[in-house]
Design a protein around this ligand. Structure first.
Ligand code: 3HC
Length: 329
């Protein structure tokens, strides 16, 4: 199954003249900005690319609960605990919308989960970094959710209807997540010198991993060209990364935090900041499974799946019984 999933057929963008008639009609709909719906005709590569991207996105939401869930019992106040609990629950919900969107393309949630656990489907690199102090929870909200939103706002206009509609709902919730992270950091930056130092430490550790979330540089991006031709992706990885840097610099200034990049400077000519690229060797190493927390994250997910087997079986048995009971009544 996975061989089919990864073989998206997206390594070469074909000219319109090379396409069969039904694909020409499909491309004309894409050009007009029409949404493609589950029962519409679509090229196999389009379907597989969406399964790959939406599935990876869903897994990211679910695995993304782990670094924050780690802090629920250690939140410093009841209010912060309630906020964090709500946020982590939202992420689970986002995973479910996205699994449902992917299921409309002919793959089941169980299949996607199995592929994840077998290391055959990815999740976002960012969740392989640890959350070491309470300020990290602020940095995750501000920088990680901030980077996620930068991408997801554009994805609200993606060409596949169910994905685009899931994104609209998710973006509303993510913007609350980002604000709660920023609010947490405002409090810490206005607090004691120790609290400010914790915030700076979190910024130092999360800055480059957040920049990596947008994917490799455009020259190394395998899927961008085809995904943009299909309007699955609206922007390139580098475009979004640049927007994120430009948006974040004044926010860091307001907090009084230093972005850990000596080369970060406003470029008048480009009307954008110049900045140092992340260490791309580190990125490829993390997505190959060798980041600081990859093994822990996967072990936690695999164990949760095993531990939940009895519950899933119970639900399935109940669902099977229900129509029989109704019939009997
Ligand atoms: N982490 C892990 N893998 C990544 C990655 C990242 N940050 N960025 C790229 N990759 C992988 C790609 O999946 C691809 O590998 P594959 O062929 O085995 O699937 C390879 O690196 C090459 O990258 P490309 O640029 O060619 O890949 P894409 O065109 O798919 O672009 C993307 C990458 C921009 C991340 C795109 O997939 C995308 O927009 N995805 C939807 C958004 C998403 O997944 N967000 C997760 C963020 S976390 C989140 O939302 C949770 C919230 O709670 C914060």
């Amino acid at each position: 199954m996975y061989a089919q999933v990864i073989d998206t057929g997206s390594d070469r963008v074909r000219a319109i003249g090379e396409m069969p008639e039904e694909e020409k009609v499909f491309m004309a709909r894409i050009e007009k900005g029409e949404k493609i719906e589950p029962k519409d005709w679509m090229p196999e590569g389009y379907r597989k690319t969406l399964i790959r991207q939406i599935g990876q996105h869903a897994h990211s939401e679910v695995v993304g609960q782990l670094p924050e869930g780690n802090w629920i019992t250690r939140a410093p106040t009841l209010e912060r605990k309630a906020i964090l609990l709500a946020k982590v629950q939202d992420e689970a919900g986002h995973g479910l919308y996205l699994y449902s969107a992917a299921e409309t393309l002919g793959i089941s949630r169980d299949e996607m989960t199995e592929l994840l656990h077998a290391g055959k489907m990815k999740y976002s690199s960012i969740f392989n970094y640890p959350t070491l102090n309470w300020a990290d929870i602020g940095a995750v909200g501000w920088l990680v959710d901030g980077a996620a939103i930068m991408n997801q706002v554009a994805l609200q206009r993606t060409s596949y209807g169910p994905y685009s509609r899931a994104m609209i709902r998710i973006c509303k919730e993510e913007s609350f997540h980002q604000r709660q992270g920023y609010d947490l950091l405002i409090k810490m930056c206005q607090g004691s010198p120790e609290q400010k130092a914790m915030a700076q430490d979190a910024m130092n550790r999360f800055w480059y991993p957040a920049l990596m979330m947008f994917g490799p540089s455009d020259k190394d991006s395998v899927h961008s060209e085809q995904s943009m031709a299909w309007k699955i992706k609206i922007n390139t990885n580098d475009e979004l990364r640049q927007k994120f840097v430009d948006q974040t610099v004044p926010q860091a200034k307001y907090l009084g935090l230093t972005i850990p990049d000596e080369n970060l400077v406003w470029n008048e000519e480009r009307g954008a900041h110049d900045f140092t690229q992340p260490d791309w060797n580190e990125f490829f190493d993390v997505i190959a499974g060798n980041g600081p927390c990859n093994k822990d994250r996967m072990a936690a997910r695999v164990n949760a799946w095993k531990d939940g087997a009895w519950f899933r079986e119970g639900l399935a048995a109940y669902a099977k019984k229900l129509p029989l009971r109704k019939q009997a009544v």
